[in-house]
Ligand binder design. Structure first.
Ligand SMILES: Cc1cc2nc3c(=O)[nH]c(=O)nc-3n(C[C@H](O)[C@H](O)[C@H](O)COP(=O)(O)OP(=O)(O)OC[C@H]3O[C@@H](n4cnc5c(N)ncnc54)[C@H](O)[C@@H]3O)c2cc1C
Length: 466
């Protein structure tokens, strides 16, 4: 790809999509890249073509508005495109992208990373059994295909997503056997003042709760799932009462939605030299950036959940702030939006994130046999032995055990491994940073990463002197 873009935006969710629209309005030559087939990111994910006629939800409506704004803007959208490496080349950024099964290079003057979040699923015995699905992952299933995780589902996890998922399963005709949440009613009551500024979101939450209560779905507060029964499919769910440290009710179920908050996808910004800090109200390790996306790295801007979990409303507003800022820094004419709406949204988002974070009492539910690293089939006992042998950082566990070198690149296991290192070494998780990020940022076939070459052209080093 020979074009030099003024601005490349990685991620087409609420943050990246709005950054691209606002930056393009200034006259900048903008490209936006995303691995998904359509803009919208995780929360405003587009429907697949087979269910286009299904009734619109608030998420579809917001996503359609973003997709329309993008199609009417001058920004170029590269869909189904994975960014797997980014380098600084003099005064420009060079991005390695995988598109149409081929690797290409794209260059730009300024870069906006809006890479969003991923879900944290707390490993418990049986969590890898078919029929267990991430809580956030389940929302993708509903939005894209209207599919359900099973016929009788237990929905378990922290924060507001657990009630949204349970209510959506019911709306789509499934049976919710129980909602199991480690949060207490008191934690929710304490978070209420932060929610007052977002009445629409508050009303939606009240609707989900009313729906579940009217349907008499049991809601187990301060409980957690301890074990998934079944060999090749889920047959039952065991729970524990966290407050009384005793067993809770068991349920017959064929599926479990399980999630413990979201984690910012910081690999790209961290790899490019942005310093990180630990903030539990933003989802753990976050890169340091101003509200309008400015970082200490020249020409690099961040927005959305990739620089702290603040939710979709804050992500969209921060995208607009970053889009305007990057354009102004390139000498183009762009507005200076007020920070106030973003500040209000971020207050709400932080409160929800604090409720959603993985908790020590739930992390303690893993047993020695529980798989922590799915890609390399490593149990808690395997990782624990490595830590006892002196591996006291995520990098050391990665080198010694390959945890994080599989296809997921550590996205599923690094948080739980860091928590285990912290627990064993008597440290805080804020003393155990994630491993050094390295390309590829996304899986890329080796043949495509190597590109076309002729063996005869490979430089052969001189033999070493004897
Ligand atoms: C699976 C999932 C489901 C969620 N569901 C809900 C929900 O139902 N309701 C809700 O309120 N919140 C939900 N959230 C949280 C919500 O996604 C965020 O608050 C919001 O979408 C943040 O917007 P964003 O633009 O920062 O990131 P996102 O919406 O996550 O967008 C980031 C985009 O960047 C793309 N991307 C990242 N890295 C690369 C790369 N290297 N190459 C190419 N593309 C890349 C991603 O595929 C994604 O499309 C969910 C989160 C997750 C992880």
């Amino acid at each position: 790809m020979s074009d030099l873009y003024d601005i490349a935006v990685v991620g087409a969710g609420p943050a990246g999509g709005n950054a691209a629209v606002v930056a393009a309005q200034s006259g900048a030559h903008v490209v936006m890249l995303d691995e998904q087939p359509a803009p919208g990111g995780q929360v405003w994910r587009g429907k697949s073509s087979s269910i286009l006629s299904a009734p619109a939800t608030p998420e579809t409506t917001a996503g359609n508005a973003l997709r329309t704004a993008l199609s009417e803007s001058a920004a170029t959208h590269l869909a189904d495109t994975r960014v797997w490496d980014i380098r600084r080349d003099g005064d420009r950024w060079s991005l390695q992208i995988l598109r149409n099964s081929a690797t290409e290079q794209l260059t730009c003057r300024s870069l906006v990373l809006a890479t969003g979040a991923r879900e944290y699923v707390q490993p418990i015995p049986g969590w890898t059994t078919p029929g267990v699905i991430g809580l956030a992952g389940a929302t993708s299933l509903f939005k894209q295909t209207l599919s359900l995780p099973g016929k009788r589902t237990v929905v378990s996890g922290t924060g507001p997503l657990v009630f949204f998922v349970a209510s959506e399963i019911r709306r789509l005709g499934g049976e919710v056997v129980a909602v199991v949440t480690p949060n207490s009613r008191a934690e929710w009551a304490r978070a209420t003042p932060s929610m007052i500024g977002q009445p629409k979101l508050l009303a939606r939450g009240a609707f989900w709760m009313a729906d579940l209560m009217l349907a008499r779905v049991p809601i187990l507060w301060e409980h957690a799932v301890t074990e998934v029964a079944g060999q090749d499919h889920v047959t039952g769910i065991k729970t524990t009462n966290l407050k009384r440290a005793g067993s809770g009710p068991n349920f017959d179920a064929d599926s479990l939605c399980l999630g413990n908050g979201l984690i910012p996808q910081i690999e790209a910004s961290h790899m490019l030299g942005v310093a990180i800090r630990n903030d539990p109200t933003l989802g753990g390790w976050v890169p340091i950036a101003d509200p309008d996306g400015v970082t200490a790295v020249d020409g690099l801007y961040l927005c959305g959940d990739g620089c702290g979990i603040r939710g979709a409303t804050a992500a969209a507003l921060q995208g607009a702030l970053a889009g305007a800022r990057v354009a102004r820094d390139l000498g183009l004419s762009a507005p200076t939006p007020s920070l106030r709406p973003w500040q209000r949204a971020e207050r709400f988002g932080r409160a929800m994130t604090a409720l959603s974070m993985p908790r020590a009492d739930v992390q303690a539910l893993t047993t020695q046999d529980t798989i922590l690293c799915r890609c390399e089939s490593l149990s808690r006992a395997d990782i624990s032995a490595e830590v006892s042998n002196g591996a006291n950082s995520t990098n050391a566990v990665k080198s010694g055990q390959r945890a994080g070198m599989g296809p997921c690149g550590g996205k599923y296991c690094q948080t739980v491994i860091a928590a285990l290192i912290a627990a064993q070494a008597g440290k805080s998780t804020s003393d155990v940073p994630p491993p050094t990020p390295r390309p590829p940022l996304r899986p890329v076939p080796l043949g495509q990463a190597a590109g076309d070459f002729d063996y005869d052209d490979l430089p052969i080093p001189k033999p070493a002197p004897l």
